[in-house]
Design a binder for this molecule. Structure first.
Ligand code: ZN
Ligand code: MN
Length: 154
């Protein structure tokens, strides 16, 4: 009996530690990673962890309100260590997901409520475009293109 209790408390400690590591990994990045990326990072600290365990902990932490799961209609979810409501920007070129530093627009919900009389509980807004790096990259490319074509004229 005592052995069994020891074993179960050992398992409980292990799963608490694994969950804590998953949370720490996610809180340590601003990159909104996928479960696979989180798994690789967790494995560096808990070598025998399984992908299933990481998924289970991500779901648990999400249900506890500690993290957010983001799905922007892509095939796989991304996770966010910041559970506070905020908007995101997806770069259409490199796929990076960035935090948007504007306050969440609750007036939008009020407008819909006034217009339709519905009970609006939340809303989702996603921004798409080119991140600063991709924008700079594109500008450089078009300049090079311009130099090339200009060069051809002379
Ligand atoms: Zn980009
Ligand atoms: Mn975020």
């Amino acid at each position: 009996m005592r052995k069994k209790e020891e074993a179960s408390s050992h398992l409980r400690r292990r799963s608490t530690r694994q969950r804590r590591v998953v949370l720490e990994v996610l809180r340590s990045t601003k990159s909104h990673p996928t479960a696979d990326w989180i798994y690789e990072e967790v494995r560096k600290r808990v070598p025998n962890v399984s992908l299933g365990t990481v998924y289970r902990n991500l779901n648990l932490l999400r249900d506890m309100g500690e993290i957010m799961e983001l799905n922007f209609g892509s095939t796989y979810s991304r996770f966010d260590g910041n559970p506070e409501p905020h908007y995101h920007f997806s770069c259409m070129n490199c796929g990076r997901v960035l935090d948007v530093n504007i306050p969440v627009c609750t007036e939008l919900e009020e407008k819909v409520r006034r217009e339709h009389g519905w009970e609006v509980r939340s809303h989702r807004v996603e921004f798409y475009g080119l991140c600063s790096e991709c924008k700079a990259e594109q500008r450089k490319e078009s300049q090079e293109e311009y130099v090339k074509t200009a060069g051809n004229k002379f």
